[in-house]
Design a binder for this molecule. Structure first.
Ligand SMILES: [Zn+2]
Length: 114
């Protein structure tokens, strides 16, 4: 399961950060882009499974989904992407030249106990 290995990596990263900063983490906030290939629900359950055997068994995962956005050269602006499989401009149907958002898989914040 793809999401399980991601959850395990996240736990490693968070443990490392918590150790460096010497804090007790209670929740982790991450951003998951539509194009990252990660299913948010699957990652959430993988997290609950993966955290059990670790020092983070109580740590919550807060997933923020990020919509895919690209730049259309024809419209000369940012646009939503027609679908994950089809990188076309929703406005004019042109192929998207550049993906601006949607590949995220980042830890954006840690909630720590004070
Ligand atoms: Zn366009």
């Amino acid at each position: 399961m793809h999401e399980l290995s991601i959850a395990l990596q996240l736990i490693d990263q968070v443990q490392e950060l918590a150790h460096q900063r010497n804090v007790h983490v209670v929740a982790v906030q991450i951003q998951v882009g539509e194009l990252s290939g990660v299913v948010c629900e699957a990652l959430q359950s993988a997290w609950e499974l993966a955290r059990k055997a670790t020092s983070m068994s109580e740590v919550k995962l807060d997933i923020e989904a990020v919509e895919a956005v690209g730049y259309c050269g024809n419209c000369q602006r940012e646009t939503e992407i027609a679908s994950i499989q089809l990188h076309q401009c929703l406005q004019c149907g042109n192929w998207i030249e550049r993906i601006i958002r949607g590949h995220e898989l980042d830890i954006i914040a840690l909630q720590v106990e004070t």
